[in-house]
Every structure is written in C-alpha cells, then in structure tokens.
Design a binder for this molecule. Structure first.
Ligand code: ZN
Length: 345
C-alpha cells in the first residue's frame, strides 16, 4: 500500500544537488526562499566557476557566509551530514557550497582544505573548457592530469563530493576510476534522451552508478530537450536513468536560479568560448524547472509506477547517501594539507 503522497513529500529529505545562481558577492541570497517555500531541505549553491578569477570565488564565499551566518533562524550552513536532519526538524533550509572548476585552486592543492573549511562540500573539475586539472565538455578531450589525480585523492580525504558535471568524457571516466568515494554528476542529463555536449553517455552513467554515485537531473530546457522543463519531460530523463542503472542512482540537480537582477543572456553571449555557438545557449527564454515543481513531480512519479522508496531516493535520499559516505572527518594525512575545521556553525 502506497504512502499518502503529500505525506511522502513532507516527511522525506528533498535535496537539490546544484542551484544555478550566478556566483557573485552582489547576489542577495534571500532568493533561497524559493527552495525553502517549496519544501526543499538542502541545496548546494555555487560560489565560483572557471570563468571567474579565483579571488572572486573567495569574495563570493565571504559574502555568502556572512549572509548565511546572519540568518541562522532560517538557514543552516552545513558542516556535517547530521546538520541536514537537524535543519529539517527545525524547518530551516540547509545549504552548503560547490565550486565549478579547479581554476579556483590557483594551481595550489592546499586551497582544497581552505574551501572545505569555508563550507564547500562538492567540487567539479572543469567548467566546459580545459584547465590544468581536467578536460571540459566543450573542449578537446584531454583526460585527467596528474594534478587532477592528486585533487581526487585529496577530495576523498577531506570529504568533498567528487562531481563530474561539465567535464569531458575521458576526464569523467578517469575521475571515476581514481576515486575511492562515490562520484556524482550533480546536474547532467542522459545524451540518449537529449543529445547535447553537456549531457552524458550511457557508459558514464553506468560508471557513476558503479562508484555508488548519483546523476542529478538538470532542469534547463536546453539540456532536457526542445527547451521544455515540465514534469513530463523531467520524468522521461528520470525513467531513462532508472531503467539504465536503477532509481538508487538518480537525483535532482535542477541548476535553477530565481531572477538575480544580473543579465544572464549578456553573460552567456560575452564568453562564447565557455558557452559556444551551436549548443543552444543563445535560445531565447531558456525554460527551467524550479523547486516548486517537486511536490507535483513526486505525485507524477508515483502515478508513473515508481515505488515510494524509489521516489524518496530520487527526491533526496540518494544524494544524502553519497554525502553520508563522503563528508567524513578528514584523515590525518589530509589534515596535514588543510586548515583544521574551525567553522562557527
Ligand atoms: Zn553547472
């Protein structure tokens, strides 16, 4: 007998593995209300990506941390996995940070420990173009460099989720064979459903599942297909992934951003190297799934025939499992290379 679906949505952990808010100290994080009001319990927001100078990532971290710590009655800056459940019980939104691309390290592996100490719990290797760690999905596929391999090892030790979204095929396969912890694609869709360079092939999805990882379905219409972002389209991707590797390896990473006042079209068109022509980035009015769709999505997944346990997994339990296995206390070896955890949260 199935659980009442509204009960299911309300009493399960809802996890958005990646928000697409443009990282900037000028962004007003009051926009996180959209996630909280939709019943989301945890969201990872990015504080930097390879397009920016690394100093800008630190400036964004400083601004976001200041805002979060001043709003402790509504938001929890996550330090450990236990903070997620505690925040849920207190009706707060749990938040941690991710970084899209290793340019943020400024060629220094010790920066991983700095970012971890400041609340970064998930990192991608390359944002669309190659860097000195990895290959990007819109660039020549050069694979993971020696520096990139050292980064994987250090992320495993520190307890930062290894994320392959935006990286090139060979790089992702290298990362997944190097990592001793589950590897995720926090916001990537299957190429078999929508053919786009940002999307991922079946053997990448299978390799991810073999690490115990999760693929988060991206809510951008240009990655879902035909610039659609309704639940019917999302379910096509969820069904494909579930049939390929099992629902235990499927999650949500909508890449969603409420309006921030920044002109996204102007930003995209200003850097045709990172967002190349022919990849639909110039699509007018790009459709985008939002957290407000998630409760209805849970109902429609049940109507489609997914079991309650599978729906709970897709909504958040699967990514929660990966975080539980990853966000461990740094080992002694990693401690030598990082700032000791001394957060105020
Ligand atoms: Zn992204």
């Amino acid at each position: 007998m199935a659980t009442d679906i509204s009960g299911l949505y309300q009493d399960t952990i809802v996890w958005d593995a990646h928000a697409g808010v443009f990282p900037s100290p000028q962004v007003d994080l009051s926009l996180l209300k959209d996630w909280h009001d939709s019943g989301v319990n945890y969201v990872s927001i990015n504080v930097g990506f390879d397009v920016m100078e690394w100093q800008q990532t630190l400036a964004t971290l400083a601004a976001y941390r200041h805002w979060m710590l001043a709003q402790k009655d509504k938001f929890t800056l996550v330090g450990s996995i236990d903070d997620i459940e505690q925040a849920r019980q207190q009706n707060k939104l749990a938040v941690s940070f991710d970084i899209e691309g290793m340019n943020a390290l400024n060629d220094d592996i010790h920066m991983l420990g700095v970012y971890h100490a400041l609340g970064v719990r998930q990192m991608l290797f390359a944002y669309n173009l190659n860097n000195n760690a990895a290959g990007g999905c819109h660039d020549k596929d050069t694979g993971l460099s020696l520096f990139g391999k050292q980064i994987v090892e250090q992320m495993n030790h520190l307890g930062i989720i290894v994320d392959c979204s935006h990286a090139a095929y060979r790089t992702t396969m290298d990362i997944m064979s190097e990592s001793h912890k589950p590897v995720v694609f926090s916001h990537s869709n299957p190429t078999a459903v929508c053919d786009h360079q940002r999307n991922i092939k079946d053997d990448q999805i299978k390799a991810c599942a073999q690490t115990g990882g999760v693929v988060g379905v991206n809510g951008m219409g240009i990655f879902l297909g035909d610039n659609l972002s309704n639940n019917e389209t999302l379910i096509k991707h969820i069904v494909y992934l579930s049939e390929l590797v099992g629902a235990d390896h499927v999650g949500i990473g909508f890449d969603y951003s409420p309006p921030t006042g920044l002109d996204l079209s102007a930003i995209l068109s200003s850097r045709p190297d990172y967002w190349p022509a022919g990849q639909c980035y110039d699509t007018p009015h790009i459709a985008h799934a939002s957290p407000a769709q998630l409760q209805d999505l849970s109902v429609e997944l049940q109507q489609f025939g997914f079991h309650d346990a599978e729906i709970r997994g897709i909504l958040g339990a699967n990514f929660h499992r990966v975080a539980s296995q990853t966000w461990v206390k740094p080992t002694a070896k990693a401690d030598r290379n990082c700032i000791k955890y001394a957060g105020p949260w």
